[in-house]
Write a protein that binds this ligand. Structure first.
Ligand SMILES: C[S@@+](CC[C@H](N)C(=O)[O-])C[C@H]1O[C@@H](n2cnc3c(N)ncnc32)[C@H](O)[C@@H]1O
Length: 278
């Protein structure tokens, strides 16, 4: 955790709890939000010697999952600005290393057949997104593919005077105060086209959070989401967006009650594209 940073994800302790949170949410998102797919776009066919990059890899969940589905001759690279969550054991065809998604190694130009990046919305500022997309374009092979998984708080269809509506406006202030992109899941297609990518696709999914009528997915989704919203508490209090921890906790309780009455949470988006051949 950086004491100086206002960026929400930098205010989260990078410890074993956070690693477990990332590991627990990966299979939930995969099954209930990403249609059970590791690579979303059916157009992607990986050769036996493909090179794959996972940016902001965290605990490496996506890279480890992909490794189950490809031959050992496929090389998988996971990068993150922090090495804390990297798995201690993994197959010989995976390499984890410390790099920023905004400044990738110079000798990676046109190296990768496929690039994955998930859940950087609470980390990258607007300017970092622009730099990141330029870097991802540079390191993708001509004709190679890219995919993202991100939320959009803008898409959250809740009554403004509800507890969920209150959290939606808190998100907006938090993201605006820290120059993050509030609706990045919805904006990425246009940003990718501006960077030079083509064949851009987008899949929108609701995030199941109704623990009463949403079955196991709703229960698990509510739990996972409350864990995430609890992680945001230091940032929310730091900006004075709520007055106390008690106020934050009671808002989360009210939000859960509203989810059980059918008020939704924000949508998540898979966004995918291809780098033109020439
Ligand atoms: C919310 S976690 C998501 C982890 C993983 N992608 C997943 O879906 O489970 C965000 C990750 O991005 C990393 N991160 C933040 N800023 C980064 C940057 N500039 N370059 C690379 N990784 C970054 C964090 O250290 C953290 O591991």
């Amino acid at each position: 955790m950086s004491a100086e940073s206002n960026i929400p994800y930098e205010n989260i302790q990078r410890n074993q709890d956070e690693r477990r949170r990332l590991e627990a949410q990966y299979p939930f998102f995969k099954k209930h939000v990403r249609r059970n797919r590791v690579i979303f776009d059916d157009a992607v066919v990986l050769g036996d010697n493909a090179a794959i990059l996972d940016v902001g890899s965290g605990a490496g969940s996506w890279a480890l999952d992909l490794a189950q589905t490809v031959p050992l001759s496929v090389s998988i690279y996971g990068i993150d600005i922090s090495t804390t969550f990297f798995p201690e054991t993994h197959g010989p065809n995976i390499v984890f290393s410390k790099h920023s998604g905004t400044a990738l190694p110079r000798d990676w130009t046109e190296k990768f057949d496929f690039v994955n990046q998930s859940l950087l919305a609470a980390s990258y500022t607007r300017d970092e997104w622009v730099q990141n997309l330029k870097e991802l374009f540079r390191v993708t092979k001509p004709g190679g593919y890219i995919q993202f998984f991100e939320p959009s708080h803008e898409s959250w269809d809740c009554p403004p005077d509800s507890a969920n509506g209150k959290m939606k406006s808190i998100y907006k202030l938090l993201f605006e105060n820290t120059s993050l992109i509030y609706d990045v899941g919805e904006r990425l297609p246009e940003m990718l086209l501006d960077t030079g990518f083509v064949d851009v696709g987008q899949h929108k999914s609701t995030y199941p959070v109704n623990a009463l009528n949403g079955g196991a997915a709703g229960q698990q989704g509510a739990e996972i989401n409350i864990r995430w919203l609890s992680c945001l508490q230091p940032s929310i209090l730091r900006f004075g967006l709520l007055g106390s921890t008690e106020e934050h906790e009671s808002l989360l309780k009210e939000m859960q009650e509203e989810w059980n009455q059918g008020i939704p949470y924000e949508d998540y988006f898979v966004i995918y594209a291809r780098k033109p051949v020439a």
